[in-house]
Write a protein that binds this ligand. Structure first.
Ligand SMILES: NC(=O)c1ccc[n+]([C@@H]2O[C@H](COP(=O)([O-])OP(=O)(O)OC[C@H]3O[C@@H](n4cnc5c(N)ncnc54)[C@H](O)[C@@H]3O)[C@@H](O)[C@H]2O)c1
Length: 356
């Protein structure tokens, strides 16, 4: 890797978790768009991190990768000093609810302690430079479950159900506290379920596509009546770009796709699209109801009217088009999908668990 003159860049922005699903999509979107910025991808490369996602930008002059565990304060500190960072978009996290039920410790360590480490270093940079911004990327799951009606708003009470959502809620509170206590310039975004390319196939949509293509059972939790709101990852990336640049300091923004759908209907849609593209089927016959996840939230739905009114953001994908495009991507990138499933533990997961 050649030496770079960091001073020639207008901003030096770390994207944590840049080798994961949303992080890679964000880097693929931001690096070519902002060639006046230097982007530093900070990622530990857990099972969910995959540098091959970033092949098209890996040699860009405004991109660098640093393999760092955000739990390692000293390594992070060296990185902050090396690049004189003036922004962080923080996505690194343990992100799978099922894993958090089986092993919560990693979630506490990465999602809470890791965020705390970043905030401590951000606080120091805030004292040294005027224009440091910390953008915390979070989830609608911090709000818990909704009944049949209503939507999560920015001021909805926190009521997390799983160790995952509780760890994200803790990190949201820490971020907010650093704004109130130290005046750190922060923005937080709480987003609904994302879908699109490069999502690890333990999550509902890529898991169902993979299993349906391989004629494996399609495990659906409980009665399949759980409702999620789905957003295409590119729409999320556009929202993150807007909030990072134009969001009000200390403000949280809800981001959602206005696409509420029951898990069982979604799985049937995936089967229908696959039958249409590949022939054969009906793949719906592969659906297998499995014992529900403990603490499984029944319904999430986001009101994204604040970000629409304040920043003019609207999702651009219709769910039908976005889902079809996503399915085609996984069919064309079968090797990527299969490379993810590289251990017995993961194979066990793919067979036994489904819905995020
Ligand atoms: N996927 C969704 O639907 C969704 C929705 C709303 C919010 N979010 C949030 O967005 C962020 C990204 O989600 P995702 O789906 O891309 O997750 P992901 O699991 O696909 O990727 C997480 C990335 O973080 C990295 N990572 C994990 N632990 C780390 C550590 N200790 N140090 C450094 N890097 C580490 C992994 O290697 C991976 O590259 C998360 O904070 C998640 O809570 C996700």
């Amino acid at each position: 890797m050649t030496n770079i003159d960091i001073n020639k860049f207008q901003r030096k922005i770390a994207i944590t978790g840049g080798a994961g699903f949303i992080g890679s999509n964000l880097l693929l979107y931001m690096v070519p768009k902002y060639n006046q910025y230097l982007f530093i991808n900070i990622d530990r490369l857990t099972y969910a991190g995959n540098l091959s996602n970033l092949k098209t930008i890996e040699n860009s002059p405004n991109y660098r990768f640093e393999k760092i565990d955000i739990g390692d304060f000293n390594a992070l500190k060296l990185c902050f000093e090396k690049y004189h960072l003036d922004g962080v978009i923080h996505l690194a996290a343990e992100s799978h609810v099922d894993r958090s039920i089986i092993g919560p410790a990693e979630f506490i360590q990465t999602n809470i302690v890791g965020t705390f480490n970043l905030l401590e270093l951000a606080r120091k940079r805030h004292e040294e430079t005027d224009n440091f911004r910390f953008h915390h990327v979070s989830t609608d799951e911090v709000f818990g479950s909704l009944g049949e009606s209503g939507h999560f708003k920015e001021n909805s009470p926190y009521n997390p159900s799983s160790p995952y959502s509780a760890s994200k809620a803790s990190s949201d509170h820490l971020v907010n506290a650093y704004h109130k206590t130290y005046g750190l310039d922060v923005v937080t975004t709480n987003c609904s379920n994302n879908y699109g390319p490069y999502q690890f196939p333990e999550k509902l949509i890529p898991l169902m596509i993979r299993n349906a293509c391989a004629a494996l059972p399609l495990p659906v939790y409980g009665d399949g009546g759980h409702i999620r709101d789905w957003l295409h990852v590119e729409d999320h990336c556009r929202a993150l770009d807007l909030v990072f640049h134009a969001g009000k300091t200390g403000q949280t923004y809800n981001i959602g796709g206005h696409n509420e759908i029951r898990n069982i209907e979604l799985v049937k849609m995936i089967c229908g699209i696959l039958d249409d593209i590949l022939g054969g089927g009906p793949r719906e016959n592969l659906i297998t109801f499995v014992k529900d996840r403990p603490g499984h939230d029944r319904r999430y739905a986001i009101s994204a009217s604040y970000i629409a009114n304040e920043l003019g953001w609207q999702p651009q994908y219709s769910f039908n088009d976005g889902l079809r495009k996503t399915i085609i991507w996984y069919i064309e990138n079968k090797k990527w999908l299969e490379n993810c499933i590289n251990g017995e533990y993961l194979k066990y997961y793919a067979m036994n668990y489904s819905n995020r």
